[in-house]
Design a protein around this ligand. Structure first.
Ligand code: DGJ
Length: 720
């Protein structure tokens, strides 16, 4: 009998990847793929490999496997004592090839990177797995599967990333939701069995493709926290499993529909990239790592560098489908006066689209509204020094459209069955070359002719029974075609920016962000909801790429009335937008809005480059902020959601600034505070500013005047 860690499975090499604060340790063995031995806080530079090998070899169980079962590897398959969720599910037409036992053929290492080649000669499978650990402490895994057999390989699952979590890290936070209620973090404890989260709609309102994990004592700012994210805008699957022996494994990958991936001999499947991070600074630490990595390695800006995010006005909530060229020009005049820098014309400008029942897909100007096309409006907008943006939903059509009447064969649906519409629209198959060429030509010409600086790219329904003309599932093809179309437009128009909208929150993942410059987190623009949605979303994406709009009150969705100051305080941290009709604003609101826009412009260099801060505060209040990377500045939001639990709300504690340094805290204009009997400190805060050290701010804290529910204050801290 082979003893644990001896014989065929004996270790050959200790592999390590280091970030700034974390380490990934892998053990290469004589058989199998490398085992994940450790992922956590950075380990000392010198490690005794033999000691690690010994530590990671448990005893051989009585009444159990005689060949020692490997621990969690970079890709666990069916076979070799893995009874648990496999990362690869595949078989061949004759029913063979369903097990896999990869042998490591080569291991290449360089600082922060590891490439593993694995081959299973019996099943005719080859994998390449590239793992990098960045200085921001983000693991990125890219893997491919190649069919080295002589018959087709039907792949039902090929995950993107496999992670070992400590046994006590079974407290998950899952970003569930639905349209307008996106990013609704729900706690799930995994004590036994599995946790499987699948989103099968090609947009992810139901489950965002990411997950947080921690122990029962992990908080926003302390304890080990873990986060994983799949860079993919299609259907996906996150699976955590408490294995029979107590170990905890997490994987993320695509959700594949039957028949979607059939690899011919020699063909390769590339899985979408998976990202993961861990931090001893709680969930906030993971958020900082993810935001920093998204900035350095995911988002691609025209010209290679982010320009200040232009404050935009989006026409939707102010006009809906009721568009009038002259009125829009007057709105643009009013927007420019407010300080808006980009004017975006939303849905309704094309074909017969006067409501959502017809015309979608007909990408030519509605001549009844824009007799000379969109150029006059665009010129008018540009004359104010603003950019011009235009809404498209290129992957869709109304059945009542010229596009559908001319090309009924372009749709994704199961032929012979009734077509399933949603928001009265159908999905067109953009993976067809003729379709994507058509869309590219139509949009690209308008970008040039109408001087479009920005496209708001919408996607307002899920895919269901998404079969191509041959009847095969086309979910993943559609995502790849979308990425290619976005890239093609960027190549043709290097200054163009694109927003990934998808009814808000439906495509807000890093897959989309690798090809666009903005995501719309939710159609829910009501400030209390946005406060929660942004808070959760910013655990995965940086604020400057998330559209955050100040809209009308009462809000169209929930009817809630809120003050302009409250709505503005919540919105100014992100990529600020105004989504209202500026011509209907009372004069005093216009003045205040203009002042808020000016404040945002002054603060955005910090808000859009700094470190995310999330305080551990009482449940009725949310405190979060951004500190500059040199710790000279901190901008914080204190938002009261409900009545505080006691008459005296807890002191405000602001994390993240340098403990020894002194800061002046002010309440920037146009904020004012209502009638109250201030303490001496509050008097200072609202007049010249309150001076405190970073440690006093984060540990002792200070009392703010009690805030009413649904009110907020923005605090500005500058080192003195
Ligand atoms: C859904 C988007 O999220 C909204 O902002 C708006 O663009 C509508 N679609 C238009 O149909």
């Amino acid at each position: 009998m082979e003893r644990a860690g001896s014989g065929a499975s004996s270790p050959t090499r200790l592999l390590r990847l280091d970030g700034t604060a974390t380490t990934l340790l892998l053990i290469a063995r004589r058989t199998g793929l490398p085992e994940i031995a450790y992922w956590g806080t950075r380990l000392p530079q010198t490690l005794d490999a033999e000691a690690v090998f010994t530590l990671r070899a448990p005893d051989t169980p009585n009444n159990g496997p005689d060949n020692w079962r490997p621990l969690i590897t970079v890709l666990d398959t069916i076979g070799q004592w893995n009874f648990d969720l496999p990362g690869l599910l595949a078989d061949r037409p004759d029913g063979t090839g369903w097990t896999a036992d990869f042998q490591t053929k080569s291991l290449e290492t360089s600082p922060g990177a590891l490439t593993v080649h694995g081959l299973d000669e019996i099943s005719g499978l080859e994998v390449e797995i590239i793992i990098t650990l960045s200085l921001e402490d983000v693991l990125c895994t890219r893997q491919t599967l190649t069919n080295r057999g002589t018959t087709p390989l039907n792949v039902q699952r090929f995950i993107s990333g496999n992670y070992l979590l400590p046994e006590n890290a079974g407290e998950f936070r899952v970003a569930h939701g639905s349209w307008a209620r996106e990013f609704d973090f729900q706690p799930v404890s995994l004590t036994q069995g599995g946790l499987v989260i699948e989103s099968r709609r090609n947009r992810s309102h139901d489950h965002y493709p990411a997950i947080l994990a921690g122990t029962s004592s992990t908080s926003q700012n302390s304890g080990m926290a873990y986060a994983a994210h799949l860079g993919w805008s299609g259907s996906h699957r996150i699976a955590a499993e408490r294995m029979e022996d107590g170990r905890l494994r997490l994987s993320v990958g695509e959700y594949l529909y039957p028949g979607e991936v059939i690899l011919a001999p020699g063909e390769t499947l590339t899985a979408p990239p998976a990202y993961a991070t861990c931090s001893s600074e709680g969930y906030a630490g993971c958020a900082r790592a993810f935001q920093a990595y998204a900035r350095s390695s995911i988002i691609r800006w025209p010209g290679g560098q982010m320009k200040p995010r232009p404050v935009l006005l989006n026409s939707w909530e102010g006009n809906y489908f009721d568009l009038d060229e002259r009125r829009l020009m007057r709105e643009a005049d009013a927007a420019a006066e407010l300080g808006v820098e980009r004017f975006v014309l939303d849905d309704g400008w094309f074909g017969s689209r006067r409501d959502d029942t017809k015309g979608l897909g007909d990408w030519f100007a509605a001549l009844a509204i824009f007799p000379n096309g969109l150029r006059p409006l665009s010129d008018h907008v540009h004359a104010h020094g603003m950019q011009f943006g235009l809404w498209y939903e290129p992957e869709m059509a109304n059945p009542n459209s010229d596009l559908y009447r001319q090309h009924p064969d372009w749709t994704l649906h199961v032929r012979g069955r009734p077509m399933l519409t949603s928001r009265q629209q159908i999905v067109i198959d953009i993976s067809r070359k003729d379709v994507s060429d058509y869309l590219f030509a139509a949009i690209s010409k308008q970008v040039t002719d109408w001087r479009i600086d920005y496209i708001k790219w919408d996607f307002n329904r899920e895919l269901i029974e998404a079969a191509d003309a041959q009847g095969r599932a086309a979910y993943r093809k559609q995502v790849l075609a979308l990425y290619a179309l976005w890239d093609r437009l960027h190549e043709a128009h290097p200054e163009l920016e694109i927003e990934s909208c998808a009814s808000g929150g439906g495509r807000a993942d890093w897959g989309a962000l690798a090809h666009t410059q903005r995501i719309w987190l939710s159609d829910n623009t009501s400030a209390p909801s946005r406060l929660r949605i942004q808070n959760a979303g910013w655990h995965f994406v940086p604020p400057e790429v998330t559209g955050c709009h100040i809209s009308h009150s009462p809000n169209w969705m929930d009817g809630l009335s809120t003050t302009l100051d409250y709505r503005a305080a919540i919105a100014i941290f992100g990529h600020l937008g105004v989504e209202l009709d500026p011509l209907t604003l009372p004069a005093d609101e216009s003045r205040r809005l203009k002042a808020w826009i000016a404040l945002h412009k002054r603060l955005r260099p910090v808000l859009h480059s700094g470190n995310a801060q999330f305080a551990d505060d009482e449940p009725a209040r949310i405190i979060r902020g951004v500190t500059s990377r040199d710790a000279n500045t901190g901008i914080y939001l204190v938002a009261q959601e409900n009545w505080p639990p006691s008459r005296l709300p807890a002191p405000v504690r602001l994390p993240g600034l340098a403990r020894e340094r002194l800061y002046k805290i002010t309440v920037p204009s146009p904020q004012t505070i209502g009638r109250h009997r201030p303490s001496d400190a509050q008097q200072k805060l609202f007049s010249d500013g309150l001076i405190l050290s970073g440690a006093m701010m984060s540990d002792i804290g200070f009392y703010l005047p009690a805030l009413q529910p649904q009110s907020a204050l923005v605090l500005e801290c500058r080192a003195i």
